[in-house]
Design a protein around this ligand. Structure first.
Ligand SMILES: Nc1nc2c(ncn2[C@@H]2O[C@H](COP(=O)(O)OP(=O)(O)OP(=O)(O)O)[C@@H](O)[C@H]2O)c(=O)[nH]1
Ligand SMILES: [Zn+2]
Length: 360
């Protein structure tokens, strides 16, 4: 009979969702040696009012000992959760962070934020995706944002490095996926160099918020609680679209493309449009290359839906979510606003395809 007390019927579903506080996760990514661990160390030793759980990736063998020394101060590598003086929790792992997060969930209540460092060569998109595919994880935590750290001295070199045909440069990919970008080690470069890094980065990702640091010293407020994936309100996206400058198309590099098309699209056609792009990869540009979308964001008007719908995509995965805002209440008449970050993107073709998907 005890089981019946937990029966879902006894508790209104709305109460469950309101009571369950999901824990935000921020992914810290960036090229080898850019300053990710320095950032996490800084956060772990600063006084702040958050209880942050940090997962540090120790993939690069060389620096592993040095890092753990810095944090544990015991000179030992550890894989268990370690409680620090300022209330934070820390764990270093050798493989992917998923297992560490699962272990961490057993300590629920001891922390209210998770920071996850990916290895320097990791594709943060794959890590981000895991929050969408793992339903069990998804009920406890949510992805708040992706922070990328670049090395001011080597960023240009890393970003511009040519990869063999078909491969995307991972440094550029990390910039493309970032919600916040930290240009670290500014002490090592001239103002001119810093300018060049700044423009290279905004060329790739027209929406990224840029911070410039030494020793990864950031204001926590600038990197936490971004709600980059859940509260992309119609207004903020519109503001972004208005202020963004059109970036010229350049083959072989990652660029940002945005458009706005008034009207509505059926859910079915919207899914087809996205799937052709993300899954089938059969959308071709003028030079015959398949468009490759790394990051996709949108505010769409779906036929027969009174609410605004938010579209979020990272690589092959995407998600359509109805917002609380209905089109009637907002001052906007129905319009679709889309942002694509990726390679071989052609705005004209994307708009044409979207328009024809609206008609059919
Ligand atoms: N000059 C200078 N050095 C820095 C700065 N920030 C970090 N470093 C140094 O850069 C090196 C790499 O920093 P980490 O924080 O370990 O970099 P990481 O991104 O975690 O490196 P991986 O985990 O190997 O990818 C360390 O020796 C740091 O002390 C900075 O602002 N200026
Ligand atoms: Zn690191």
């Amino acid at each position: 009979m005890e089981d019946e007390e937990d029966c879902p019927e006894l508790v209104p579903i709305t109460d469950i969702t309101q009571d369950e506080k999901k824990i935000p996760v921020t992914i810290i990514t960036g090229y080898l040696g850019a300053g990710k661990t320095t950032l996490l160390n800084y956060i772990l030793t600063e006084q702040h009012n958050k209880r942050i759980a940090v997962i540090i990736n120790e993939f690069g063998e060389g620096s592993a000992v040095e890092k753990s020394l810095a944090i544990s101060q015991a000179g030992e590598l550890y894989e268990e959760w370690l409680e620090l003086r300022n209330g934070c929790l820390c764990c270093s792992v050798k493989d992917n962070g998923l297992k560490a997060i699962e272990n961490l969930m057993q300590k629920k209540g001891k922390f209210d934020y998770i920071l996850l460092e990916t290895t320097g060569l990791a594709d943060p998109g794959a890590v981000a995706s895991m929050f969408w595919v793992d339903a069990e994880l998804g009920s406890d935590i949510y992805l708040d944002g992706i922070v990328s750290v670049v090395d001011a001295k080597y960023a240009l070199q890393h970003i511009q490095e040519e990869k063999p045909e078909g491969l995307i440069n991972e440094a550029a990919r990390q910039v493309a996926l970032a919600d916040v970008l930290i240009i670290n080690k500014t002490d090592l470069v001239s103002e001119e160099k810093l300018d060049a890094v700044r423009s290279a980065v905004s060329f790739i990702n027209g929406f990224v918020k840029i911070l410039e640091t030494q020793r990864s010293r950031v204001d926590l407020m600038d990197i936490l609680d971004l709600h980059a994936f859940d509260s992309l309100s119609g207004r903020s996206l519109q503001d972004k679209l208005v202020t963004s400058t059109g970036h010229p198309h350049l083959d072989k590099s990652i660029v940002t493309v945005t458009f706005e098309v008034p009207g509505s699209i059926s859910e079915e056609n919207l899914n087809l449009f996205i799937q052709n792009l993300l899954w089938e990869k059969n959308v071709i540009n003028m030079t015959g290359n398949a468009m490759e979308v790394i990051r996709l964001k949108g505010l769409v008007s779906v036929t027969d839906k009174p609410q605004q719908v938010i579209l979020q995509g990272v690589h092959e995965l995407y998600d359509l979510e109805e917002t609380q805002i209905s089109w009637q209440d907002s001052n906007d008449s129905r319009v679709n606003r889309m942002v694509f970050i990726g390679r071989h993107l052609d705005k004209k073709i994307l708009v044409q395809l979207f328009r024809s998907a609206m008609k059919s």
